[in-house]
Design a protein around this ligand. Structure first.
Ligand SMILES: C[S@@+](CC[C@H](N)C(=O)[O-])C[C@H]1O[C@@H](n2cnc3c(N)ncnc32)[C@H](O)[C@@H]1O
Length: 381
């Protein structure tokens, strides 16, 4: 069975051409030099210098953000290409740049996207990249695997680790990966070639056509996945998946990262019902917002709701997350005949207060022991 790091090594090897491999080796060496420099500036000192640099460059980063976001939102409003996919891609890009989770396809895609303001992006990323290059410090928000329980603002990074780990755990038993609402997910490039896993990606037609255009523009292969254009809310995505060659008689891993919150209840429940009817041993991994967070009147959530409504991808669906959230998640998937295998909270849960978001892995057709709740306690803040 593949270890996580060998999975990454094998996948990185598979996706890099000779030229990019040379380039990436050079970058890795530079990074090692930087982190060796940083390791002289150890732990708290490096963190302290890093945060000072970030604070000093905050106006630069803010200016970049203010240049980048309007362009992204306007482009989505005009073309109906998803704007939210950018947030996931941004995190993976930063992890790649900081050397924590190599993802060359993500970096190449980021470079060709017409909805990204180049000067804005450079300014926006400067505080972290400059701080890192001078101190070697990697802030917790970009570490991989993510070291412990995540606050809500780290959920993008934490969930990537959790999805990767769940997929890696189940890879030996499945040969079909279905990425629902795939956006600019690059896992098709990370699959170890010897595992013979067939990958399907489903997304809205406009966003998917945009992705294949960007893959070509970035010089990346478009045959790593079968692209299935479908809208979960208005189309029979499962029928289209069957037509694309998915075999319902064999278990599949359905990876549903950062999508449920943009769907209505009918689409979320209909999708889980469909998955529950697939071959025994299949798996679905998804993350979700709590109903409370969706309805929250905080400034941040008001902004998030307004921005996503503007681009036609409104934040809609949340799960009743009344403590203990693990039980709510088990009940939620159990209603479709799925068995909860793993559950994590994003953000703090107390006896009285619900965690704002969560991550769940559920299996088809048989009850399985639940993965222990306690995360690794390695790493530091
Ligand atoms: C936040 S992005 C996540 C992308 C990807 N899963 C990732 O984590 O990188 C949300 C994705 O869900 C897709 N999506 C939203 N509503 C959808 C719908 N009704 N049908 C199909 N895809 C949808 C969007 O197009 C977008 O690609």
């Amino acid at each position: 069975m593949y270890g996580l790091s060998s999975w990454n090594r094998a996948s990185a090897g598979a996706l890099l051409t000779a030229a990019t491999r040379r380039k990436s080796m050079g970058r890795r060496k530079a990074k090692r030099r930087a982190s060796e420099g940083g390791s002289q500036m150890r732990g708290k000192t490096a963190a302290c210098f890093f945060r000072t640099i970030q604070a000093a460059l905050l106006p630069v980063g803010t200016a970049g953000y203010l240049m980048a976001v309007p362009k992204l939102l306007r482009y989505s409003r005009k073309t109906a290409v998803s704007a939210t996919l950018f947030a996931s891609l941004y995190t993976r890009y930063m992890q790649h740049r900081l050397g924590t989770r190599p993802d060359e396809p993500a970096a190449r895609l980021m470079r060709v996207m017409p909805n990204v303001s180049r000067p804005g992006f450079r300014l926006q990323t400067a505080p972290t990249l400059v701080g890192h290059s001078l101190t070697g410090y990697v802030p917790r928000i970009y570490r991989y695997p993510y070291p412990r329980e995540a606050p809500l603002r780290h959920q993008q990074t934490a969930r990537t680790s959790l999805y990767d780990a769940a997929l890696q755990r189940h890879l030996p038993g499945i040969d079909q990966l279905v990425i629902l609402g795939a956006g600019f997910d690059t896992r098709a490039f990370r699959l170890p070639p010897e595992e013979r896993v067939r990958c399907f990606e489903i997304d809205k037609p406009g966003t998917q056509a945009f992705k294949t255009r960007m893959l070509k523009g970035a010089g990346l292969a478009t045959d790593r996945a079968s692209y299935v254009p479908a809208d979960f809310q208005t189309e029979d995505w499962f029928g289209k998946l069957l037509a694309a060659g998915y075999d319902p008689g064999r278990p599949a891993f359905f990876l549903w990262e950062s999508v449920t919150m943009y769907l209505d209840r009918g689409a979320v429940e209909g999708t889980l019902r469909r998955i529950a009817g697939t071959a025994s041993g299949g798996v679905v991994a998804f993350d979700y917002f709590s109903a409370e967070l969706i309805a929250s009147r905080s400034l941040l959530m008001r902004y998030a709701r307004a921005a996503t409504r503007f681009t036609g991808e409104p934040l809609t669906f949340g799960i009743d997350n009344a403590p203990p959230a693990r039980e709510r998640a088990a009940e939620f998937v159990g209603a479709f005949g799925l068995a909860l295998e793993e559950h994590r909270n994003f953000g703090t849960e107390t006896r009285r207060r619900a965690a704002p978001a969560g991550f769940a892995v559920a299996v088809v057709g048989r009850a399985r022991s639940v993965v222990p709740a306690e995360p690794d306690e390695e790493g530091e803040a």
